[in-house]
Design a protein around this ligand. Structure first.
Ligand code: IVH
Length: 699
């Protein structure tokens, strides 16, 4: 899409615009700014390889927004600011697809694929078929129409013939170009199909946010993507960070006098054309192979990489590559005969719901947890699953004794997909919610607008105190290794640790006398506690366990102030002016900083020596590791994994989740395994040691 020269030019323009960010823009610079923004959206959303920090992108975006607000007559429909719609969508009108959106036939093993290939060869009369193999993306399918190079319609699959017009929501997906030069290929109108996804990181963050609000987690990213496309507030759709892969051209109308472009003679050519035009097509993920044996080998190998991908796939799709062969094979009313899905092993399993226990969380929320007959789901044994709240239990129609279907996908936390009421034998019992806290006996309350029952005895309920201490120490919070769940509980019951400040006054002489606490583990624990005092402010904010404050919001809050106490003077309105902070979150922060006990806690932590000041370290791509992707594998000796990752980000680099051509550096510690083997096969990846990494940081 962008060659080296264009890339360098646009990056130069970006730097130049950033250096004049406070000066007014000349009219001719506005289109440059738009091009620069489109370019960075492409790098970020399509290539997954940004070369500007989020903060810098935001500055440029805001600049364009201001310029357009000052003179709305200069706004063009394809301006990057025009993705975000104002107001709410009333209805999704029904629209007919130009070509029915068929489904795919499924296969589950090599024999099925051999059968498919035999039928395909018979139908086409070919001796050997060339296939294009690509991932089967696990999301919600969409169809897009571009007319005269502009995105004119986006629709859901619906029943395959008629779907919902979701154009406004599709425009919020930043990897979908609003404008693409199909005319360069002689095309006047085109219908393309693809899949909208929520990647694993965003899915986890979204689920964590749901949980913070006491709402049930979603079972899989597919439900998250499908649900997001039907939201009536496009701004909310934009916040969901959806992505789209486009993988099929279903209909083409040529410009007058033009002949069909050569590139569309093959499916792999169609993917290439889409990629060239700025779409995220599976251009890099696809493989063209001759004969079914090569296809089977490829699919088997790809399944092993499944967990390393940033998004969820549930199989592979095998398509005859040549359009001529496709036409010869034809289709049924349900699926094309020239393509088949190869489904991976399901991450679903059935089990029995044996009992429900009620746990008290750090905010007093009562969570029912289903104890199930242990079952292996995608390689992990699952014995208990959160069933969230009363409404969820009703919605899923759960009873003790039921047979249930569970799934573990995208997000590693397993969920119940459904129960099977038809298999009930009469011995099942309904799940009864307690009226009093199962730990401290305090009467439970449920505000009318919430789904969760709570114990509001927060300062005296031992379960809540213990959970707050555990959260404070946890990996993403203050990261105090050696003070995990079981140890906190033990210390609490033995009166060695009663509250958060108590972590910093632990009676080590007594702890040394406990079974399992040698000199070494105590020394390590002391060091970990000491180290936590230097954790940055955003970690402390997250560690405080303020309701609705996840890691992302904690960062927003930390960046807003010089000192944590500043929040005492923030009004509700001021809090809501911060990025992505709505009334509910603002209310919770406001309450926290207007509660005397909490302020006392902060004073105690400050006296102990914790960081309440913000060092305002903004991420910058101009660091030593600017734009480079890192992954750590094996045991590191000098750094903790989380420390090393933080160092990468602070120096302008980024962390990726798996070994692929997008990775620049694999940092190997002791006992590095399959990631190292994989990386050795990709020439562009540099394999370096922990020491070499540290040298890079020093510059
Ligand atoms: S091709 C006429 N390619 O899987 C060919 N479909 O189970 C149409 N899907 O309805 C589909 N990844 O929503 C195709 N790389 C891929 C796909 C893919 C996911 C979905 C698609 C389809 C469903 C069938």
């Amino acid at each position: 899409m962008y060659n080296k020269e264009q890339t360098q030019h646009l990056q130069k323009e970006s730097i130049s615009l950033l250096s004049h960010i406070d000066k007014p823009l000349a009219n001719k610079d506005i289109e440059t700014l738009r091009n620069v923004l489109r370019f960075h959206e492409y790098r970020y959303y399509v290539m997954n390889d940004p070369i500007l920090s989020d903060g810098e992108y935001d500055k440029l975006y805001k600049k364009l927004e201001h310029a357009e607000a000052a003179d709305p007559s200069i706004i063009t429909p394809d301006s990057p600011t025009q993705r975000v719609a104002k107001g709410l969508i009333k209805d999704f009108p029904k629209v007919q697809h130009l070509v029915p959106m068929l489904s795919l036939d499924n296969s589950y093993n090599a024999e099925d694929l051999v059968d498919f290939d035999r039928r395909a060869r018979e139908l086409s009369g070919l001796k050997e078929i060339e296939y294009c193999v690509e991932p089967k993306f696990d999301g919600a399918s969409i169809s897009l129409i571009y007319e005269n190079d502009a995105l004119s319609r986006g629709a859901t699959r619906g029943d395959g013939v008629v779907g919902d017009d979701i154009t406004t929501n599709i425009r919020q997906i930043r990897s979908v170009p609003l404008y693409a030069r199909f005319s360069d290929y002689g095309i006047q109108q085109i219908e393309i199909r693809g899949e909208v996804l929520m990647n694993k990181n965003h899915f986890k963050a979204y689920n964590d946010a749901l949980e913070e609000e006491g709402l049930p987690r979603l079972a899989n990213p597919r439900n998250a993507a499908a649900g997001s496309l039907r939201i009536k507030d496009p701004k909310e759709v934009s916040r969901r960070n959806l992505e789209a892969f486009l993988y099929h051209v279903s209909d083409v109308t040529l410009l007058p006098g033009k002949t069909a472009p050569e590139i569309l003679q093959t499916h792999s050519g169609a993917l290439e054309m889409l990629w060239n035009l700025g779409f995220r097509s599976p251009e890099k993920e696809k493989e063209v192979l001759k004969g079914i044996d090569a296809v089977i080998a490829w699919c088997t190998a790809f399944e092993k990489q499944r967990d390393d991908l940033p998004y969820e796939i549930d199989g592979m799709v095998i398509k005859a590559n040549h359009l001529e062969a496709q036409e010869a094979m034809g289709m049924t009313t349900h699926h094309p005969r020239w393509a088949i899905a190869y489904k991976f092993k399901a991450r679903q399993a059935t089990s029995k719901l044996r009992a429900v226990e009620f746990q008290v969380g750090r905010t007093g929320a009562i969570t029912p947890v289903a104890k199930i007959e242990p079952v292996n789901v995608g390689g992990v044994t699952v014995g208990s699953i959160s069933v969230h709240n009363e409404d969820y239990i009703k919605e899923k129609d759960l009873q003790v004794g039921d047979t249930i279907l569970i799934e573990r996908s995208g997000d590693v936390i397993p969920q119940i997909v459904k129960s099977f009421p038809e298999l009930r034998t009469g011995g099942e019992t309904t799940i009864v919610f307690p009226t009093h806290c199962p730990v401290c006996g305090y009467p439970l309350e449920k505000p009318a607008d919430e789904a969760v029952w709570r114990c509001n005895n927060s300062n005296a309920c031992s379960a809540q105190i213990v959970e707050r201490i555990i959260h404070f120490n946890s990996k993403d919070a203050m990261d105090i290794r050696g003070l995990g769940d079981a140890i906190v509980r033990k210390f609490y019951t033995q009166d060695l640790l009663k509250d958060i400040p108590g972590i910093y006054h632990l009676p080590f002489d007594e702890i040394k006398k406990l079974e399992g606490f040698g000199e070494k583990s105590v020394t390590n624990l002391i060091a970990a506690i000491e180290k936590s005092k230097t954790q940055p402010l955003h970690r402390l904010i997250y560690a405080l366990g303020i309701r609705y404050i996840g890691e992302t919001t904690a960062k927003v809050l930390a960046n807003a102030v010089n000192n944590l106490y500043d929040f005492k003077d923030y009004s509700l309105e001021q809090l809501q002016e911060l990025e992505d902070i709505g009334p509910k979150v603002a209310g919770s922060v406001y309450q926290f900083f207007h509660n005397e006990q909490n302020i006392q806690l902060l004073h105690q932590l400050e006296t102990i020596g914790l960081q309440l000041k913000n060092e305002k370290k903004e991420l910058h791509t101009v660091g030593n590791l600017s734009g480079q992707a890192f992954l750590f594998t094996g045991t590191l000796h000098k750094l903790k994994r989380s420390e090393a990752e933080e160092m990468v980000e602070q120096n302008g680099g980024k962390i990726v989740s798996g070994v692929s051509s997008k990775l620049n550096y694999l940092v190997v510690g002791e006992d590095a395994g399959s990631k190292l083997e994989k990386a050795k096969k990709i020439a562009t990846i540099k394999v370096i040691s922990e020491n070499e990494f540290l040298k890079m940081i020093e510059g």
